[in-house]
Write a protein that binds this ligand. Structure first.
Ligand code: GLN
Length: 484
């Protein structure tokens, strides 16, 4: 491991600004590691020529004193963001050879801020999963695994979390529909924020469940997260759900006091499945926040127990509609030598999608079908409203809510992928904020008995990521978490 790749976002930018190294040098270092790295399977694609030419252009801008805010910083991208000219597959066979002719708004903003594309990271197929085991390109390994026991990095942004934790990138982009930034961040000991729904544009991100999908960064520090989100966020005409609201200075929030703030603790999150080690870290988090001068109060989120089943109706319903476009005609893979259109469609989809994606399409189609719509989809939408109301009333008494990110730390590859319900249980603490469209962040807080990371989750009011950055910094300082 070289010195440059040990640096996070802030330190890399400092080194570049002080001309300790050039963007070309930094980019070369990362490309070298990515090329030789075989153990984690975190990256699925990179383009050295493109990255180096972007780095050179960045160095030229700096030489002319025209440095941009993220000038020369290598950025890894989850394979769900369209990057112009770069294969974007959502880790599915059906999009194996899809090369977009356009750029997602979020990535384009980052390149416009001087960021340098460094490669595509693996993910669960179409972002459906919590372990990165459903990727068409194989499982990703959690860098915290001991040699005898391979652990999952979490999912679906598992490649991004693994890459950032193992110093294969100073920052990687993720998306979060029901926990896909926060849960892998927790498993790999990185910071991950899912901003408020509408804060970042969804344009050019391959859609899973459009009323839930949001983009966000995975980084090794809270301040790095603030800086990157600053440059990703903002209104976009191309996404009708993007909200036209000013993007505050998130970095400033990292140094604000939390004295006098009220932090809510929902007892509904104290479920049977919660591991004692996670509960212990949660108690420690409460103490750190109290020590920093905030007040801890109890809040009620009575519909929490319905959040997981609600999510697993709403998300598959939207997915079944979004994934209808992959039919072998317009995009990617097509099954050859079939008899007629109907057979081409069905065989393309049968072969092109993996098992979990097919399961979601079946569930989604079922809950939307005539006769079942009212009983499942409509009811789930009503419960979703109840969950939103729960949060509204909790936030009339507090500034943020503190919970664990996941009920346990990283588990073994193969341990939970037999039974989908066991896998879905991972998302129990992350889906409520997703259904309510609220910002939520995972901060590394300690280790489990396996000596693997555990994260704490902060949930904030809509468009109040600032409070999360302030409290997140306190948790980060108090936990004094040592990354690998
Ligand atoms: N694990 C959840 C799922 O499989 C969340 C995925 C995500 O946020 N993209 O649906």
């Amino acid at each position: 491991m070289t010195e440059i790749t040990n640096l996070g976002v802030t330190e890399t930018l400092e080194g570049l600004n002080k001309k300790e190294f050039s963007s070309e040098e930094v980019t070369k270092e990362y490309l070298e590691i990515i090329k030789n790295e075989k153990d984690l399977n975190a990256y699925i694609h990179y383009n050295a020529e493109k990255s180096l030419s972007l780095a050179k252009l960045s160095d030229e801008r700096r030489a002319k004193n025209k440095a941009l805010p993220l000038e020369g910083l290598p950025i890894a991208v989850k394979d769900i963001f369209c990057v112009e000219g770069e294969r974007t597959s959502a880790c599915s066979k059906i999009l194996e050879n899809f090369i977009p002719s356009y750029e997602s708004t979020v990535t384009s903003k980052l390149w416009q801020a001087g960021g340098v594309y460094i490669g595509k990271t693996s993910m669960d197929e179409f972002a459906m999963g919590s372990s990165n085991e459903t990727s068409y390109f194989g499982s990703v390994i959690n860098p915290w695994s001991k040699s005898e026991e391979k652990l999952v990095p979490g999912g679906s942004s598992g490649g991004s979390a693994s890459a950032v934790a193992a110093r294969l990138a100073p920052i990687a982009l993720g998306t979060d529909t029901g926990g896909s930034i926060r849960q892998p961040a927790s498993f790999c000991g990185t910071v991950g924020i899912k901003p408020t729904y509408g804060r970042c544009s969804r344009w050019g991100i391959i859609a899973f469940a459009s009323s839930l999908d949001q983009a966000g960064p995975l980084t090794r520090s809270v301040a790095d997260s603030a800086l990157i989100l600053q440059n990703m966020a903002g209104f976009d005409n191309l996404d009708s759900t993007s909200v036209n609201i000013k993007v505050p200075n998130f970095l400033d929030s990292c140094s604000k006091s939390i004295k006098g703030m009220k932090i809510g603790i929902p007892k509904e999150y104290k479920i049977n499945e919660l591991s004692p080690e996670v509960e212990k870290i949660w108690d420690e988090g409460i103490k750190w926040i109290q020590d920093a001068g905030a007040e801890i109060i109890d809040v009620k989120l009575p519909h929490t127990k319905y959040a997981l089943p609600t999510y697993y109706i709403v998300a598959p319903a939207e997915a079944s509609a979004n994934l209808a476009r992959y039919d072998g005609v317009k995009y990617g893979f097509r099954k050859e030598d079939t008899q007629g259109l109907e057979e081409m469609y069905s065989q393309t989809r049968a072969e092109g999608f993996g098992k979990e994606v097919k399961r979601r399409i079946l569930i989604g189609t079922y809950v939307l079908s005539a006769g079942y719509y009212d009983a499942y989809y409509l009811r789930a939408q009503k419960v979703r409203t109840k969950i939103v109301e729960d949060f509204n009333s909790a936030f009339s008494n507090c500034d943020a809510i503190l919970t664990p990110t996941a009920p346990s730390g990283a588990f073994k590859i193969g341990e939970k992928n037999i039974d989908p319900i066991t896998m879905y249980m991972n998302d129990i603490f992350t889906v409520p904020a997703s259904l309510a469209g609220l910002p939520a962040m995972s901060i590394p807080a300690g280790l489990d008995s396996n000596r693997c990371p555990l994260g704490l989750q902060l949930i904030g009011k809509g468009f109040d990521e600032e409070t999360l950055f302030s409290i997140g910094t306190i948790i980060e300082k108090s936990a004094n978490f040592k990354s690998i």
